[in-house]
Design a protein around this ligand. Structure first.
Ligand SMILES: [Zn+2]
Length: 281
């Protein structure tokens, strides 16, 4: 759940660029006549996203009874997402927003698509709205699918509008078995409202982050086993704990709530890991 800079393009410019090479002048005029509807929908979206009221936006099958949802979805697919489409420059710009190409929804996999925060099939007026288009990896895009929000608590974290990077909320718990593994969970920072807490928990579960972080952390610790065992022989449990604390601090500098930060925090503080487990290896 990483913050991204919100695109500054006006939806009117994006929409007009997208439809600029439509040959049928009747169809083009029909689309052009929807511009104020699209503009108002974007305004409503940007007001309601700030107060977590997006679930109150009405779903639609047409735009002003003029353009069907299928026609509008095709504008996005053929005129924005397709390579060499007139709106592709916007698509490429939004895809390039995350640092190192990492998906802002999971913070792990690589961006490969744009996700409609409110699905275009249910909210066709928002099909080309820049603030509704979030760069995402394929898995996150698929996990969310066409799901809609029924209340504020269900509204997942929006990378352009929500900034939850300065509070610690992601924690790892060590599963104390022969092979070390971790379970990850969200804990509410004092400054958060209950709604924020519910939203982050819903985000965590919708994008299956517990399983994703669980796998990666298990891989990470097994790759460190040899190094930590040698270190234990040389320096004892204090040396192991100090080394893990350094990994924690280095990761924390980059992302306060990455699974690595949470994992190393749990490890360096664990007497069981730094003494008992490592002794047995
Ligand atoms: Zn992702």
């Amino acid at each position: 759940m990483r913050k991204l800079k919100k695109p500054t393009d006006r939806v009117e410019d994006v929409f007009l660029d997208c439809i600029s090479n439509i040959e049928s002048s009747d169809f083009k005029k029909k689309l052009q006549s929807c511009i104020s509807e699209i503009s108002c929908a974007t305004e409503e979206f940007e007001i309601k996203v700030e107060t977590n009221q997006l679930h109150t936006i009405r779903k639609m099958n047409t735009i002003a009874g003029i353009v069907t949802k299928d026609e509008m979805c095709k504008v996005y697919t053929d005129k924005m997402a397709k390579k060499s489409a007139p709106g592709r420059k916007y698509y490429d710009t939004y895809m390039a927003l995350p640092k190192n190409g990492i998906c802002p929804l999971c913070g792990q996999r690589v961006v490969s698509t744009l996700d409609h925060y409110l699905p275009k099939k249910k909210y066709p007026t928002l099909a080309v709205t820049p603030s509704n288009l979030v760069p995402a990896c394929k898995d996150c895009n698929k996990d969310k699918g066409e799901k809609e929000f029924e209340n504020s608590a269900q509204e997942t974290v929006h990378p352009y509008f929500d900034d939850i990077e300065s509070d610690v909320w992601l924690y790892a718990k060590i599963i104390e078995e022969n092979e070390v593994a971790f379970t990850f969970y969200v804990q509410k920072p004092e400054s958060w409202t209950d709604t924020m807490y519910q939203r982050v928990k819903n985000h965590f579960s919708m994008f299956k982050l517990k399983a994703l972080y669980g796998s990666h952390s298990a891989e990470e610790i097994s790759s460190l086993k040899g190094l930590l065992t040698k270190l234990y022989k040389r320096t004892g449990s204090n040396g192991v704990s100090d080394q893990l604390k350094e990994y924690y601090e280095s990761n924390k500098e980059v992302h306060l709530n990455s699974w690595k930060t949470a994992m190393y925090r749990a490890l360096y503080k664990s007497k069981w890991f730094c003494e008992e487990w490592i002794e047995k290896q």
